[in-house]
Design a binder for this molecule. Structure first.
Ligand SMILES: [Zn+2]
Length: 511
């Protein structure tokens, strides 16, 4: 640590934060190169570097895994208003996750510290701040793509109709990842479905009978007798009609297993459990590709904060779809049409005006191209350096062969050239242009944001989850007085209030 004299010296003071993640090569050259470039940039902007924080070999995933970042935040807090800036090589050195990045920036700002990137345009003005947010957003996109890749394996498995969790309902067994008939209880379970479809047995009676027949449920290595509650779950399971559902993907796919019962029988039994007239099967059938409660778990109870669940409630003449608090205060409930139209209404209200969207997209292009050309410049100067070094080495070899340089001198000089070569190569790799297709990104953003209410209506279950999750990262809350409370994500807020530098409200109907 440097002496306090430095800290109270005149002029602007800065610290460096350097980081390589595990995914990158953990070699000192990379950190050394970052340091060199950051120092140069700091000098250029008139800062004196008083401390360097080096983070090695940790993943970029979260703040908690990075002790040095914590030290940096603490250092800035202790030297409040003495340190004015933290220089980083690239903003994604701070965090690949937008929310984390914004949280870190907030903490630093509180202590009068600005994050400055040595290779990207950053600064204090609202426009520059937005650039930071977008760049952090790019980093997150990159991060998402990475984790998407690892999730894809499981999802592909699910979409192909294979069993993902290894859990299959009574009557089936898992063999090499596939659900097959369980020869010991298949016939009994089928008999149970047939009996249930007659409508003459209550859930409790079914449970008693199934226990008498010797049917047992297995979870892990344990056996359970069947209770009425479980009978309800069993006869609700679409697995028996050959459909696989997933809580993770909120989708239904056709399974690769043999169905035990027909769809008609399934909906007849649903009607019986619901206490409806089983002749209304056709009605239920129409809905089955169109899940009834898309907002389940997305909207939370405004009183206790737990996710709301969907359900049907019997009226005098018809049944009503309701969302209800899934927690203790069962009091909070809303008709599903009301809740859903309230969501559409909210989305319409926060849809950015066309001018904002146009400006934002133009701006996105400009930022992207600025970033590209900056990286391109770094890359080509690294290329130049590599070419120079190659020429130098050629001369060295020639002079060594000609006897001008001794073997010793040759070895020594060659090692120096090798070092510089590695350094240049690292810089070049670091500046390699990201493979985002900016046209795809902007087209996607434009279609998505042009009318959020319509986007919502067009979306399937998993898209709704992503859409609402990205705009309202902390969810939506349904309050006791029937209002939908929400908090818009910072990055989305930036888009809505975008006005080419001058921040002003651009949201529709926000008056
Ligand atoms: Zn509640």
């Amino acid at each position: 640590m440097k002496s306090d004299n430095h800290i109270y010296a005149d002029g602007k003071l800065a610290v460096l934060y350097l980081r390589v993640s595990t995914e990158e090569q953990v070699d000192n050259f990379s950190l050394g190169t970052q340091e060199e470039i950051c120092k140069k940039e700091a000098e250029k902007r008139g800062y004196q570097v008083i401390e360097i924080f080096r983070e090695e070999g940790r993943s970029a995933k979260s703040i908690t895994g990075r002790p040095v970042l914590i030290q940096l935040l603490e250092y800035c807090r202790k030297h409040k208003h003495a340190v004015q800036a933290v220089f980083v090589y690239r903003l994604d050195r701070v965090s690949r996750i937008t929310a984390d990045y914004l949280a870190i920036r907030k903490k630093l700002t509180e202590n009068g510290v600005t994050i400055l990137s040595a290779t990207e345009p950053t600064g204090d003005s609202p426009t520059e701040k937005l650039v930071e947010t977008i760049l952090a957003g790019f980093a997150q996109l990159d991060n998402d793509i990475r984790s998407e890749r690892s999730r894809n394996g499981l999802k592909a498995r699910f979409l192909s109709g294979m069993v993902v969790t290894g859990q299959v309902p009574l009557g089936y067994a898992v063999q090499a990842g596939y659900a097959v008939k369980n020869t010991t209880n298949w016939d009994l379970m089928k008999k149970a479905w047939d009996l249930m479809a007659t409508g003459t047995k209550s859930l409790q009676e079914m449970a008693n009978l199934m226990n008498e027949w010797g049917l047992k449920e297995h979870r892990g290595n344990r056996e359970f007798i069947i209770r009425a509650q479980r009978v309800d779950v069993l006869f609700r399971n679409k697995f028996y009609v050959g459909v696989i559902t997933s809580k993770t993907y909120l989708e239904e796919v056709k399974g690769q297993h043999v169905p035990m019962i027909t769809e008609e029988q399934y909906y007849r039994v649903q009607a019986i459990i619901d206490g409806r007239n089983p002749n209304k099967v056709a009605l239920a059938k129409r809905n089955h590709n169109n899940p009834d409660f898309p907002l389940r778990r997305i909207v939370r109870c405004g009183v206790c904060g737990l996710g709301m669940t969907g359900g049907w409630s019997k009226g005098r003449n018809a049944r009503y779809a309701y969302y209800r608090c899934g927690g203790v205060c069962k009091g909070i409930a809303a008709k599903s049409e009301i809740l859903e139209s309230s969501v559409v209404q909210t989305l319409k209200q926060i849809t950015p005006k066309k001018e904002c969207l146009d400006l934002f997209i133009a701006f996105l292009y400009r930022t992207y191209h600025e970033r590209l050309s900056r990286l391109q410049k770094i890359k080509s100067s690294a290329d130049q350096e590599i070419a120079t070094l190659k020429a130098l080495r050629k001369t060295l070899v020639e002079k060594n062969l000609a006897g001008v340089y001794s073997d010793e001198v040759y070895k020594e000089q060659n090692a120096v050239i090798e070092d510089r070569m590695t350094k240049a190569q690292v810089v070049k790799d670091d500046a390699t242009i990201d493979k985002y297709n900016i046209n795809d990104v902007t087209t996607f953003i434009r279609t998505l944001l042009a009318d959020l209410g319509e986007t919502y209506k067009r979306s399937n279950l998993s898209q709704i989850k992503v859409l609402l999750g990205s705009i309202f990262p902390s969810g939506l809350a349904w309050s006791q007085n029937g209002k939908l409370n929400h908090q818009i994500s910072p990055i989305y807020q930036s888009i809505c209030t975008f006005n080419n530098g001058a921040i002003s409200s651009c949201a529709k109907g926000g008056s």
